[in-house]
Design a protein around this ligand. Structure first.
Ligand code: KG4
Ligand code: ZN
Length: 351
């Protein structure tokens, strides 16, 4: 089954053709990010206007890349369904994708499959894996962390999902973006902070880097002993207090904040975010005897995050399979993940 998928929930305008929930035949992304770099964050009106401009050329390219030798009529005939992100996201942006998808489904007489964006991120881990040779083993514990959301799921089957935890305030990616702004770095903040933190000597990659260590408090919520017992411990998250700690630290050093100060703060902030995310992810995997541990969303592109998960799994004798999206472009917003999620919801026996 070939699905043409459309994603316009934030600042990306994306279209992809995905076969049988995993094989990516094309994946086209147009971003208006340079427009948001001026403002240091996404302005919904600006994002939606760019999407109105990009949406048809992006769909056109996705079809041409999938079927370069077919006529438009043949391309349409080779598509079995249309999928689109319907929630959550910026309303003005979502409207561009959903209205386009509805019209195409109507004109081309194809089924229309609505997809939840967060569910889409989780299915990024199915992309480009031959599911016959390398099937995903349930139960899966999946942590989807990005700018707009921060959820920990227990997935027993495609139709049996339990939300174990979510953020009480900021999502982790949002905290990265806000802290980057406090430190005067660019947007999006995640990659900027990751780069800066690499200059700290506590990172194995840079033994001769900045040495001063700084430790920010962690919000464990209802336990200060994250690894002792997960029964009675919340899998929820909170990052707004950490952001305030960064503010306080910046104010304390404000007389001439140097590059060295920024490195120390970026490193300490990143460690504090990942300590909580990683401890709760592995804690949940152990509690629910997960066969696989997945990460998804923009923050899952962070190499320090990935390394800490591996280290923590070893330390905790956790032998689950650890998966992350096969390519970096499947971590951040894309339409291929929407095509994968659509395939499994459309073919669900409970549908
Ligand atoms: O999934 P995504 O593209 O969009 C949303 O659904 O929000 O995620 C974007 C978020 C931004 O907050 C960005 O700062 C963060 O993911 N991000 C990262 C990294 N790359 C992107 N955070 C930490 N480290 C990274 N390398
Ligand atoms: Zn996203």
């Amino acid at each position: 089954m070939r699905i043409l998928a459309i994603e316009t929930s934030c600042d990306e305008t994306a279209a992809a053709v995905v076969e049988n929930g995993w094989r990516v035949l094309s994946n086209v992304i147009a971003s208006s990010i340079e427009k948001h770099q001026i403002t240091g964050g996404v302005v919904p009106e600006v994002a939606a206007r760019a999407q109105v401009e990009y949406i048809i050329p992006v769909i056109d390219q996705a079809l041409k890349k999938t079927f370069p030798r077919k006529s438009r009529k043949q391309q349409i005939a080779a598509i079995d369904a249309i999928a689109v992100t319907t929630e959550p996201g910026l309303v003005t942006s979502l409207i561009v994708g959903t209205e386009t998808a509805k019209w195409l489904a109507y004109l081309w007489n194809k089924p229309l499959i609505p997809v939840n964006h967060i569910r889409g991120h989780v299915y990024a881990n199915w992309l480009e894996r031959d599911l016959k040779k390398d099937p995903i083993q349930f139960p899966v514990v999946s942590l989807s962390v990005s700018g707009g959301h921060n959820e920990l799921f227990l997935i027993r089957t495609h139709d049996d999902w339990t939300l174990l935890g979510e953020t009480h305030d900021d999502a982790a990616g949002e905290a990265f973006d806000k802290v980057a702004r406090i430190l005067g770095l660019g947007y999006p903040g995640g990659p900027e902070i990751e780069k800066l933190a690499l200059c700290h000597s506590e990172r194995p990659a840079n033994r001769r880097g900045v040495e001063e260590s700084l430790v920010f408090p962690r919000a464990w919520l209802n336990s200060n002993k994250p690894l002792k017992s997960w029964d009675g411990t919340s899998f929820d998250f909170s990052f707004s207090g950490l952001k305030s700690e960064v503010w306080r630290e910046v104010a304390r050093r404000s007389v001439g904040m140097t590059q060295k100060d920024k490195i120390i703060i970026a490193h300490a902030f990143q460690e504090a975010v990942f300590d909580v995310l990683v401890s709760k992810l592995i804690g949940a995997a152990k509690k629910y005897s997960a066969k696989e541990i997945h990460i998804a969303g923009g923050v899952s592109a962070n190499k320090r995050f990935r390394a800490l998960i591996r280290q923590h799994m070893k330390k905790e004798f956790c032998f689950a399979t650890f998966r992350m999206p096969k390519k970096m472009i499947y971590c951040t917003d894309n339409a291929a993940m929407i095509g994968a999620a659509a395939y499994f919801s459309y073919n669900s026996p409970t549908r």
